[in-house]
Design a protein around this ligand. Structure first.
Ligand SMILES: C[S@@+](CC[C@H](N)C(=O)[O-])C[C@H]1O[C@@H](n2cnc3c(N)ncnc32)[C@H](O)[C@@H]1O
Length: 305
């Protein structure tokens, strides 16, 4: 349940605590982050993602079905996508990051053609003849003809687009999907509209996405409107908010608390470390509480054209 007036919430306490010694206004004022800024954020955090997030190169949260974190839980999302791929299909990944989803699938399905689009430079570790990677903004898929793909998926990437850009992305995906094709999205949402939360909760929610150089968090309703308004039909919606908690707790303990435990050290880190690196640390500090206290949810949306 979302709490709109969270006097005793940890998210509230953390936002007020950070505000007392850090200039949080530096993060996320803009509604539209430029392509260059997003690419730069992932470049700056390359080391942090490798060290703290995933040794396999995943840049998404693990889905831990057992209640305990295991690095292999990061394979949940690509394994779920695999369940929808058939021999001879064409598949598109939006925002492939370092490529672990697409490479995992390409190895599993050698007779399937995979395309990936990301703002970051394409990965020269691509050894797969059935994978083509493009450095491009996926709100423009004009390089692909109508009705090209059987499956399109995006894992924690469309959250980088503001509402207007999300609409363009959904329209473009609808166009390039074959009739009957699947569009699968794994991403964050607020259970209720952002404006309905109290000002401190709003600050926390805004930091959760914008300190990670994403757009302002989108509500569940708004996400689902993007699907339906663009013609998609719902096949299933799965809530995975509980399943991300073990990973988020681990990130809180290893990175978030390390950065924020001492006010003096946090202030120093803010003054010497790159803003985009510190922003990532802020996300690690508050993400667990956002989900634990019901301000954010993690969804798996599967829709059909
Ligand atoms: C959190 S990472 C997730 C990467 C990957 N999906 C994974 O599961 O590991 C988000 C990725 O989306 C990419 N991205 C964000 N907005 C994009 C856009 N408009 N066009 C293309 N790529 C985008 C970023 O460059 C980044 O690599």
């Amino acid at each position: 349940m979302a709490k709109k007036n969270p006097e005793n919430s940890n998210l509230r306490k953390k936002v007020l605590r950070m505000e007392s010694f850090l200039d949080l206004d530096r993060f996320g004022k803009e509604d539209r982050v430029s392509d260059e800024e997003i690419a730069e954020y992932y470049k700056v955090n390359d080391f942090a993602y490798k060290k703290w997030l995933s040794k396999y190169g995943f840049m998404h949260f693990c889905i831990s079905k057992t209640g305990n974190y295991s690095p292999e839980d990061a394979f949940y999302q690509p394994k779920t996508v695999a369940g929808f791929i058939k021999p001879g299909n064409k598949v598109l990944e939006l925002g492939f990051g370092k490529g672990p989803n697409i490479f995992y699938l390409a190895e599993k399905f050698p007779d399937v053609e995979f395309c990936g689009v990301d703002l970051a430079p394409t990965n020269d570790k691509n050894k797969f003849p059935n994978v083509k990677l493009y450095q491009h903004n996926y709100s423009d898929l004009s390089g692909f003809a109508d009705n090209t793909f059987d499956v399109v998926y995006g894992i924690e990437t469309i959250c980088c687009c503001n509402e207007k850009d999300k609409d363009t992305v959904f329209r473009e995906v609808y166009r390039v999907l074959k009739p009957g094709g699947h569009f699968m999205v794994f991403d964050f949402a607020s259970p209720e509209a952002f404006e309905t939360y109290d000002p401190v909760a709003q600050k926390g929610l805004a930091l959760f996405t914008r300190a990670g150089w994403g757009a302002l968090i989108t509500s569940v309703d708004q996400w689902e409107k993007h699907f339906t308004a663009n013609g998609f039909i719902c096949e299933s919606i799965t809530d995975l908010s509980k399943e991300v908690l073990p990973d988020l707790k681990r990130l809180l303990d290893t990175l978030g608390m390390r950065l924020m435990r001492s006010k003096v050290k946090a202030k120093m880190a803010f003054s010497v470390l790159p803003e985009k690196f510190v922003g990532n640390g802020i996300v690690a500090y508050i993400a667990y509480d956002c989900f634990k206290e019901g301000f954010a949810t993690y969804k798996q949306w599967i829709y059909v054209k």
